[in-house]
Write a protein that binds this ligand. Sequence first.
Ligand SMILES: Nc1ncnc2c1ncn2[C@@H]1O[C@H](COP(=O)(O)OP(=O)(O)OP(=O)(O)O)[C@@H](O)[C@H]1O
Length: 214
Amino acid sequence: MPEPATPSPPLLSARSLRFTRNDMPVFGPLDFEVAAGEALLVQGDNGAGKTTLLKVLAGLLRADDGDVHLQGRPVDPALRARVIGYLGHLPGQKADLSALENLRFLCGLHGSRPGMSLEGAMATVGLAGYEDALARQMSAGQRKRLSLARLWLSPAPLWLMDEPYANLDLEGIELVNRMIQAHLREGGGTMVTTHGAYAAPPVRTRMLVLERPS
Ligand SMILES: Nc1ncnc2c1ncn2[C@@H]1O[C@H](COP(=O)(O)OP(=O)(O)OP(=O)(O)O)[C@@H](O)[C@H]1O
């Protein structure tokens, strides 16, 4: 008889994850997983800790307690860099570089998906023609689209998306949803923070609701 297939581990699993700031609890302890092909919606009121949670997972802040595994292995910086693509609140672009130079710089640092061109990614996010625009001269929504182009180019399977819909027009919101759908179809996963004011991506979702500690 053939051996039953071993299920692959989730892209991310967190156990008893807790973060405090100045002895004040911000979130946790939290237990959650993100499987391939799945979106985890992180919901909560202003100040509930959504951004902080994504920063902890992206390695920008250190948790007080808990374990994080990526693809079944305990997280370390190299694994994190390979598995996680982070779309933060701030655009994370160099203001005096052009849109294309920013993409080239970031792909040089973090790598990119084979066979995908920077210009093609710009067109995908609706920025064709803005290749030479300086980041500081772009609108907030255009800079968000540039960050989305970077994520689209990333080879990382797990996208951490902090307020991906913020600053985007309706077409931009649909763009985010299409990107998430395509990413999940290819076996990726994502965590998406949202206040719930925007439409959730039309994909298989689970919810993680954060509440402000009392
Ligand atoms: N750099 C900081 N220094 C001190 N406190 C901070 C800092 N950043 C966030 N906080 C506090 O941590 C808590 C969680 O903030 P966080 O930004 O994670 O919330 P959020 O759920 O993402 O909120 P929002 O929906 O408003 O974006 C808040 O009480 C906030 O005031």
